[in-house]
Design a protein around this ligand. Structure first.
Ligand SMILES: [Zn+2]
Length: 293
């Protein structure tokens, strides 16, 4: 039912030209940071081809520098930044597209899951979406105890199947990808102790800098969850920005440690993609989820 409604809303947005209106007027001088996770290359290719026709793709670093300088004069009209979260193994399939379209997206990776056979806790089978959402609200130690008890899951356990990118793939991608950390194990930071939180943020920066011999300047909060404590730790760790999952666009007035996002469904057809660029379906979805049980 929700999918059916989502498609009707998306079709209406495109038919009425609302997406064009928002792009040409409201968002002309605001920057969308698109957020993907594990898009397949056929879907991603259609999105990028559309974006390059109607927008300018810029790097996250360019946007963050303009925000710090409070000067958007060199940011092209209708700019977007592309980010991809977690470091899923399937991301390697997108590399030919990054090269073909000459885009350099930011890939936020969990640094203790990439280049290992460890698994992402939120990909464990057998948990419903509601259960996963409930887990995200538990103190970190209780979430881990529940996962151990129900699925024999441990963050450092080695599984036969590899879920994340490995070092060979990351090295192959490094000329076309801006790798940045997304914690070590993807906990929900505000539910961690101060020590855990520091370890996850600082540790992930050190891990990735060592693994790829790079300097990391940008961070993204797992599940987009943060409080003033996380902002402070990210700042003192030496990051220049942090991306949330707060829906919206960025301007020179955006706080650099609260960068806003336009989440994109990994499997969105072109109509839903165009609609999601307006953020209307995502906001409606949030509203439906709060009013419906
Ligand atoms: Zn994530």
């Amino acid at each position: 039912m929700r999918d059916f409604l989502k498609n009707i809303v998306a079709t209406l947005i495109c038919l009425l030209g609302i997406d064009i209106l928002i792009r040409e007027c409201f968002c002309r001088n605001r920057v969308a940071i698109l957020m993907y996770h594990d898009a397949k290359s056929a879907v991603f290719a259609r999105h990028i081809a559309y974006l390059l026709q109607h927008y300018t793709v810029i790097s996250l670093d360019t946007l963050v520098s303009a925000i710090h300088q409070k000067d958007f004069s060199r940011i092209p009209a209708k700019s977007v930044v592309i980010t991809i979260d977690d470091g899923h193994a399937g991301n390697i399939e997108l590399l030919p597209l990054f090269k073909q379209y000459r885009i350099c997206p930011t890939l936020f990776v969990c640094t203790q899951i990439v280049d290992t056979h460890r698994h992402f806790w939120f990909k464990i089978e057998g948990h419903s979406k509601a259960e996963r959402e409930k887990l995200k609200r538990l103190p970190n130690v209780e979430r881990l105890a529940f996962l151990k008890h129900t699925a024999d899951f441990e963050p450092e356990k080695r599984y036969p199947e590899r879920q994340a990118l490995n070092i060979a793939e990351m090295k192959e991608m490094i000329a076309d990808v801006d790798f940045q950390p997304h914690t070590q194990f993807h906990p929900i930071l505000p539910h961690c102790t101060e020590t855990e939180c520091r370890q996850e943020i600082l540790g992930s920066k050190l891990d990735l800098e060592k693994l790829l011999d790079i300097e990391c300047s940008h961070f993204s909060y797992p599940n987009g969850d943060y409080t003033e404590r996380e902002i402070e730790i990210v700042k003192t760790a030496g990051f220049r920005s942090a991306r949330t999952t707060d829906i919206g666009w960025n301007t020179e007035k955006t706080a650099p440690y609260r960068l806003k996002t336009v989440p994109i469904a990994d499997d969105a057809g072109l109509t839903l993609f165009r609609a999601q660029l307006t953020t209307i379906p995502q906001r409606l979805n949030g509203w439906v989820n709060t009013v419906l049980p």
